[in-house]
Design a binder for this molecule. Structure first.
Ligand code: ADP
Length: 301
């Protein structure tokens, strides 16, 4: 097969591993920087060009679109979809998962466990908003944040009010969330592929920190999932319409709670914690599932 990887940098661990895994299986791989792709959108023969030339035909595309280029990256991916290229994750599903609030609303509709979350725009609503999520301590999250930046633990009601007022004053969108204390600064990253969790790791925050992101100094270890955790992760990925997803779960005293569903989950942490060939499994998934024009949405919506 001829496979495209939509990625800004071929040297990134995840991109390198996907190239390696695809080449090992005899596929031809092209890494395409989405910002270098430009499109001819027309009724008869939509096409994508790069540096003055039309791109060749591809059988499948693996999107690795960073949060900072979601808009342009998903537009390029949608164009590939229009041309019939099989995307391992669809553009619509990626856009959906990038909106943290919309994602939680979709998950809640399916009855998936979530930390109780509030959203408001008026300062007058702050006291009730804080009560809604069970009072302090509570977590305040900027909707635009990634890698733990913009996630604040407010230990007291006063601290929560000040941070919320500050964010409102800056016209920043944020949500307020019940703090899951019993998770003890740890979360579980479930790597979902199709209808299975193919690898999972526990990430533990460094001492004095509640955010377990590896970028914030968290450490990863192998973890055994309960069947409820597996089912929750797979259902969350399915709800978002993602074939490949990193589902982040908090272990609460009332079962698994989904924090986030990531559409471009990194491979480095999970492959080294589990010693599994996750990249290879992604390529096998593509081999089994890739068919021309096989998208659920055809880019609609
Ligand atoms: P980001 O998408 O920026 O990584 P997250 O929502 O995943 O933001 O939060 C970052 C980290 O903070 C999580 O990995 C988790 O360890 C911790 N965390 C987030 N929300 C909660 C919560 N409601 N209760 C307890 N810990 C939380």
């Amino acid at each position: 097969m001829r496979i495209a990887i939509l990625s800004r940098n071929r040297k990134l661990y995840s991109t390198r591993r996907l190239i390696e895994a695809a080449e090992e299986r005899g596929h031809e791989v092209h890494v395409l920087d989405p910002l270098h792709c430009y499109m001819n959108i027309n009724a008869k023969e939509p096409s994508i060009h790069m540096r003055g030339k039309e791109l060749p035909e591809f059988d499948a595309i693996i999107p690795r679109i960073g949060a900072s280029i979601t808009f342009y990256g998903t537009a390029v991916l949608r164009q590939f979809e229009m041309m019939g290229v099989y995307p391992v994750n669809e553009s619509v599903a990626i856009s959906r998962s990038r909106d943290k609030l919309r994602s939680l609303q979709l998950l809640s509709r399916k009855g998936i466990g979530l930390p109780v979350t509030g959203f408001a725009s008026k300062p007058a609503d702050i006291p009730d908003l804080i009560d809604m999520v069970g009072g302090s301590p509570l977590v305040i999250k900027l909707l635009e944040g990634t890698q733990g930046i913009g996630v604040v633990l407010a230990e007291t009601r006063k601290a929560a009010e000040s941070v919320i007022e500050a964010f409102m004053g800056l016209n920043a969108h944020f949500m307020v969330q019940e703090y899951i204390k019993e998770s003890g600064g740890a979360d579980i990253r479930c790597f979902v592929l199709g209808d299975k969790v193919v690898a999972a790791m526990k990430r533990q925050a460094k001492p004095g920190e509640f955010r377990s992101n590896l970028h914030r100094g968290g450490s990863a270890t192998l973890v055994k999932l309960s069947s409820a955790e597996r089912a929750t992760a797979v259902k969350a990925a399915k709800t978002m319409g993602l074939n490949v997803a990193g589902v982040d779960i908090l272990r609460s005293n009332h079962g698994p709670l989904v924090m986030e569903v990531n559409s471009s989950p990194g491979l480095e942490g999970i492959e080294s914690a589990t010693e599994k060939d996750v990249a290879g499994q992604i390529i096998s998934f593509i081999e089994k599932n890739a068919k021309s024009h096989k998208t659920r949405t055809k880019g609609k919506g």
